[in-house]
Design a protein around this ligand. Structure first.
Ligand code: ASP
Length: 318
């Protein structure tokens, strides 16, 4: 099997000023993750590495640069899954740890559980030698600015992200920048990973779709792997990752069409926008977003293929 790595850097109404930083971050993440696949390492290693690369990069809403909740605090969600034994590790409401995706992998590999959260997740991370940062270290100026803007809009009654029946499409589109990766390795094993700070101005304790299997992340060697991004309240009610895989497995819909159809149907029915990246078990790629932009990229045959605007595709050598 030819190894493939596919990543995203979040769906949303990404301002033009953030486009080039994101594309650079996507390319770095692909190079970091693909190096491992090229050395014969597993798809799980590759998706973890690709996500770690973006968690370090403040162009993305994960790790350093995460969105802030309404109290100005970073609370992160992450999940990782492998498709051979369907093992997974999920984490929510984690604070002050640089790489939530690696903690999620430890949950998968070192516990009998699948999902842990809050203070216990932080304690668990510490027992596995993740050093908590000093409080506030993951907060960036950009994230503070976004929270200020969110609060201004909210004060004017313009933000309705928590009452989806009256969703103001504009406010939903301003979400985004979560990171994710899906890979297939030489042995045909598929893995998927997603990491996020959630959405700006969320209630403390709010949990999004990203750490929920079948919504933010899923991997099954018999079908494919998916990582999603966008309005979490919408994605989790629609089970976006599972819907895409169902179209592939039950209706034999090709992977690009399945990614498109499920994401489009989600936005038609629930208003909230989002995007998804999918790999099927043959290593075919599906990429689609109903939001204005989504940074994405993949490596195939030693070429980097990437984009962020609708209908736009760039190519360069690995
Ligand atoms: N889905 C994430 C959440 O709602 C946000 C995003 O993808 O940008 O927590």
């Amino acid at each position: 099997m030819k190894p493939i790595l596919l990543v995203h850097g979040g769906a949303g109404d990404i301002p033009a000023s953030r486009v080039s930083g994101k594309l650079d971050g996507i390319k770095k993440s692909l190079r970091d993750g693909f190096k491992l696949l090229n050395n014969g390492q597993s798809s799980l290693d590759a998706v973890e590495e690709a996500v770690r690369s973006m968690e370090l990069d403040d162009n993305f809403n994960a790790g350093y640069g995460s969105c802030l909740n309404s109290d100005g605090i970073v609370e992160m969600d992450a999940s990782i899954m492998e498709g051979k034994y369907l093992k997974a590790g999920c984490l929510t409401l984690l604070q002050d740890i640089m790489h939530p995706i690696s903690v999620a992998r430890k949950v998968m590999e070192k516990t009998n559980h699948t999902f842990i959260g809050g203070e216990s997740a932080l304690k668990f991370a510490e027992t596995h030698n993740f050093k908590p940062l000093t409080k506030g270290s993951l907060v960036t100026e950009n994230a503070k600015l976004a929270l200020d803007e969110f609060k201004e809009r909210q004060a004017k009654g313009l933000d309705t992200i928590f009452s989806p029946t009256e969703l103001d499409k504009k406010s939903v589109e301003e979400l985004g920048e979560t990171v994710g990766a899906v890979a297939i390795d030489v042995d045909g094993n598929i893995a998927a990973a997603t990491s996020t700070g959630g959405i700006t101005g969320k209630m403390p304790g709010r949990i999004g779709d990203s750490p929920i299997l079948g919504c933010g992340t899923y991997a099954d060697n018999e079908i494919g792997g998916v990582s999603t991004t966008g309005h979490g309240e919408t994605i989790m009610r629609f089970n976006l990752a599972q819907r895409i895989l169902q179209l592939i497995s039950l209706k034999q819909v090709p992977v690009q069409q399945a990614t498109e159809d499920a994401t489009r149907e989600m936005t038609q029915r629930l208003i909230g926008t989002g995007g998804a990246i999918t790999l099927d078990k043959q290593g075919e790629v599906g990429i689609y977003f109903s939001s204005e932009r989504m940074a994405w990229g993949y490596v195939k045959d030693n070429k980097l293929i990437y984009g962020i605007n609708k209908g736009e595709i760039y190519r360069e050598d690995l």
